[in-house]
Design a protein around this ligand. Structure first.
Ligand code: SAH
Length: 263
C-alpha cells in the first residue's frame, strides 16, 4: 500500500505453520506490527527483530487498550506514512473485532486490506480430532460467543441451538460454560450430548478435555484449563478418540497419569 495503510491480518490459532503465505510475507516485511494477546509467541518470533511492535491486547477482565484507542493508534501511524500490520489471532472477522477497526478505517478514508486466518473453530476441530460436520452426525455448524461485553447476560435464542444435527462451537465460553450447558439442557438438548473443551489449540500447549453437556464444566474446572479455551458440543465429538492424531507432551503425560490412576 503506497503512502501507508493497514493490513488486518488473521494469524490463525497459534501454530505458525497455519499462517497463510500472505500473513507470513506481511509479518516479515512490516514496518510496524500491532498485535493482540491471542497472537502466539511462536508467531511473533517470525517478526524481524528490528520491526516496531506495539501491544494492543485486551484481556477478558483487564482492557489494556480500549478499542477507540486502538483505532486512533492505527490512524495516527498511517498518517505518519507507515504501513501497519495489525495482527489478530484466528480470523479477524470471527469474534476478532476486525470489522470495528476496518469500519473506522473506512470512515476515515484510510486504505486497508483484510487477510483471513484459520479460526479457532477450524484449528481446534482439526487438532482435537473433532470434525465440525460429518455425514449422519452434523449437517450444520454454529459459532457462538459465550461472553458478552460489560457483563451483559447472554441472550442467545437457546431453542434454536438445540438441533441434534448442528455442531455448536463456543468461543470465549470458559466462565459461562456451565450456564450455557444448563440453558441448552433446559431447552431440550440431551444432557449426555458429547462435548469437548480445547485449550491453546494447535500449539504444544494444547489440552483437550472430553465429557458431556452435563459434566464438562466440572471436568474443565478439575483439569484447571485456562484461556484461550473453545468448546465444541454435538454428536461429532463422539469421534474425538477415533480421530485423535495430535498429541502434545503435556497430553501424553496426562494420559499416562490417567492410565496409572486407573490401574
Ligand atoms: N478471531 C479469533 C477469535 C477471537 S475470540 C478466531 O477467529 O479464532 C477469543 C476466543 O477464541 C477465545 O476465548 C477462545 O474461545 C478462542 N480461541 C482463540 N484461539 C484459540 C486457541 N488456540 N485454542 C482454543 N481457543 C482459542
Amino acid at each position: 500500500m503506497r503512502g501507508g495503510g493497514v493490513y488486518i491480518v488473521g494469524t490463525g490459532p497459534g501454530d505458525p505453520d497455519l499462517l497463510t503465505v500472505k500473513a507470513l510475507r506481511l509479518l516479515q516485511k512490516a514496518e510496524v506490527v500491532v498485535f493482540d494477546r491471542l497472537v502466539s509467541p511462536e508467531i511473533l518470533d517470525l517478526v524481524p527483530t528490528g520491526t516496531t511492535r506495539i501491544y494492543a491486547g485486551k484481556g477478558p477482565k483487564h482492557h489494556h487498550m480500549q478499542q477507540a484507542q486502538i483505532n486512533e493508534l492505527l490512524a495516527s501511524l498511517v498518517h505518519r506514512g507507515c504501513t501497519v500490520v495489525r495482527v489478530k489471532g484466528g480470523d479477524p472477522y470471527i469474534f476478532g473485532r476486525g470489522s470495528e477497526e476496518t469500519e473506522y478505517l473506512a470512515r476515515h478514508n484510510i486504505p486497508f486490506e483484510v487477510v483471513p486466518g484459520i479460526t479457532a473453530a477450524s484449528g481446534s476441530s482439526a487438532y482435537a480430532g473433532i470434525p465440525l460436520t460429518h455425514r449422519g452426525l452434523a449437517t450444520s455448524v454454529r459459532y457462538l460467543t459465550g461472553h458478552l461485553r460489560d457483563g451483559l447476560e447472554l441472550d442467545h435464542d437457546w431453542q434454536s441451538l438445540t438441533d441434534l444435527n448442528t455442531t455448536l462451537v463456543i468461543y470465549m465460553g470458559l466462565t459461562n460454560f456451565e450456564h450455557i450447558a444448563s440453558e441448552l439442557i433446559t431447552h431440550g438438548l440431551d444432557s449426555g450430548m458429547p462435548a469437548a473443551a480445547i485449550q491453546n489449540a494447535t500449539t504444544f500447549r494444547q489440552r483437550r478435555v472430553l465429557g458431556t453437556l452435563s459434566n464438562l464444566a466440572v471436568r474443565v474446572r478439575e483439569a484447571g484449563l485456562s484461556a484461550p479455551v473453545i468448546f465444541i458440543v454435538g454428536r461429532v465429538v463422539s469421534l474425538a478418540n477415533v480421530l485423535h492424531w495430535f498429541r502434545t507432551d503435556v497430553a501424553i503425560a496426562q494420559e499416562g497419569q490417567a492410565v496409572a490412576d486407573a490401574e
